[in-house]
Design a protein. Structure first.
Length: 263
């Protein structure tokens, strides 16, 4: 078995991505437990958002762990699927939360449109990965430029367009959702959730843009991954607002909060 050698930057990228992913999984698990207790479907959507929003960092993080165990790197097909296949789940779950809360009349139309686009995206992925061996797959899906850094890929074609659309849609609707929550002064809980979500979406947008478009050195890479972890923390706080945070911020329940509790 030939052991693949990784560059220092690839090791740092993989290690920090693995930490980011597992911290995100922890927050996702906490949200999932909350859903199992309350049976509120929107909370389950929050869980899907947290877990699958991290999809672009799966190949780097999980690929690094795979390399540590086997000395080999993930295949190109697995790399691309890990990093992209879960994105439609994340964006549709988030849009369901956003539209149910703020734009219920547009919910069906928008979700159907995104569902169709997502289906086309998944077919595109699987077709060029597994059913078109003669096609220039790398230029259609993504290129790994540096052989010594197989944890880094530059996405191309429809994949790049879909990922860009998803990031913009999530950040724009997320910031709007957060601002709308902040304006609800009659509920301290919702107002603070809005502040946390505003920070979460802004920090997530920064980390996603830098990871996708900017060539980073070891220091900037670590900083961006720290920002990603912090954004996940704020997503958790904004979606759930646990009791210890309410006590810390001296948040009192209003009539609005009481009305929103499951019966």
């Amino acid at each position: 078995m030939m052991i693949q050698t990784l560059s220092e930057l690839a090791i740092i990228s993989g290690f920090t991505a693995a930490i980011s992913v597992f911290i995100g999984f922890f927050f996702g698990l906490v949200v999932l437990i909350k859903y199992l207790k309350t049976k509120q479907f929107l909370i389950f959507n929050f869980f899907l958002c947290i877990v699958f929003t991290l999809s672009p960092w799966y190949p780097s993080g999980l690929g690094y762990l795979y390399w540590q165990v086997t000395g080999e790197i993930l295949s190109y097909q697995i790399y691309v699927l890990l990093g992209t296949a879960g994105i439609p789940i994340a964006i549709i779950a988030w849009l369901n939360v956003y539209l149910t809360t703020l734009k219920p009349k547009r919910k069906k139309f928008v979700l159907i449109c995104y569902g169709i686009i997502s289906l086309i995206f998944e077919i595109y992925l699987f077709y060029f990965l597994y059913f078109a061996p003669e096609a220039p797959v790398s230029s259609l899906l993504g290129i790994i430029d540096n052989v010594s850094n197989p944890t880094d890929i530059d996405y191309k074609g429809f994949v790049l367009i879909f990922l860009g659309l998803s990031i913009v849609s999530a950040c724009v609707t997320g910031i709007h959702f957060a601002v709308a929550s902040i304006k609800l002064k009659e509920s301290q809980s919702l107002m603070w959730k809005g502040y946390f979500l505003l920070l979460a979406f802004i920090l997530f947008g920064i980390s996603a843009i830098f990871d996708a478009l900017i060539d980073m050195n070891a220091i900037t890479l670590i900083i961006i991954r720290i920002i990603l972890v912090i954004s996940n923390l704020f997503f958790y706080l904004g979606f759930i607002l646990p009791g210890w945070v309410k006590k810390l911020l001296s948040i009192k329940e209003s009539e609005v909060d009481q009305a929103m509790k499951p019966q």
